[in-house]
Design a protein around this ligand. Sequence first.
Ligand SMILES: [Mn+2]
Length: 400
Amino acid sequence: MLKFIHAGDVHLGTPFAGLLTKLRPDFQTAVQRATNEALQTLVARAIAEEVDCVLFPGDLYNSGENSALIQAELQVAFSKLAAAGIVVAVSFGNHDFQAGQRAHLDWPEQVLVFDQAVEQKAFQTRRGQRVVLTGFSYGSQAEKSSPLANFPVRDTTADYQIGLYHGALGQPGDRYAPFTVADLLSKNYDYWALGHIHQRTVLHQQPPILYSGNLQGLNRTETGPKGFYLVSDEGQQGLLPTFVPASPVRFEQLILQQPTSMAAIQQQVAAEHYGQKTLLSLTLMGPLGPAVQAAVDGDYLLAALQDGTPADSAYWPIQVTVKEQGSTRASTLPNLEQVGDLTAAIQSATNYDVLAGYLGDQVPAFLRSYLQSPAGQTALQKKILAMITKGEQQNEDKSH
Ligand SMILES: [Mn+2]
């Protein structure tokens, strides 16, 4: 019998930079502690369940370089697991590439760290069974080679063989160690612990090939409960994963139909059930009542909703989008056709608070800080202006 935890994409130390300025203080604290608290929940469960090992297939850290606090928190977590006789296996991904080579605190010997070349690591469980783990770590922000070719087929002398793999389905040459399900199946492993995709996804049932998703949602697009898989073959039907929620803060999206007043919005939002601290992205379907429309036009809708949110609510609105007649337009974005001053319009559209909402979670930290910097803002604004101007010229050309 084997029992283990599969936790991809913990992203310890995520700064939540674009979000923090908009939060009530209690949410600010909760968000800043969220990734570590989710890890603590995992550790407590691992110990309570007496698992044999915990597998982290990439992006355990949000970045390759980490503060003393984050390193200390991870050290505490690893030490607790080691003291309970639990083996930890870490392979680094595209966010925390080379984290194994950089300075970090000494980890207990029960922590197995995968090198950039594909490696096998074996250990004996408390019940005397031999488990072989196979994996590799990223050496840079992309892994265009096919490390899978170097994964050996299953060691027939092992009781279990598990692959740790940070990557995405794709074609040779894609950025994130592309693979196909057939490639993985050809290795005959008992389980594939995948990382990289933040949405829980089952690619194959038996043997299980799956993404556990992230431990804590990192932005408004990563909605719903987040956590890890507790995997066991106690039921003798092969290794079966059970999802265990671990995120202390949740992102959710809520759609409201034709709100007539600000009070109506507040009532509908408050009437939802919130099991935990929830950051809300609201979509208002038009037509809107006059007061709501005025708030949209005056660009103070979100601020007004935050002002009207009770001080002890379990929810906090972070974004409002208005949709009418099939068109989508974020209330924070100006309508270019109605704006006389194009430069000002572009400036407000490239404001980082607006921009951050459109950046996917795979956008690396250095690019986020560039887009937030004066140099990045100016470059982006120039580019947009050039595109709009060029577009106008092309339209004129066509009319000839
Ligand atoms: Mn990730």
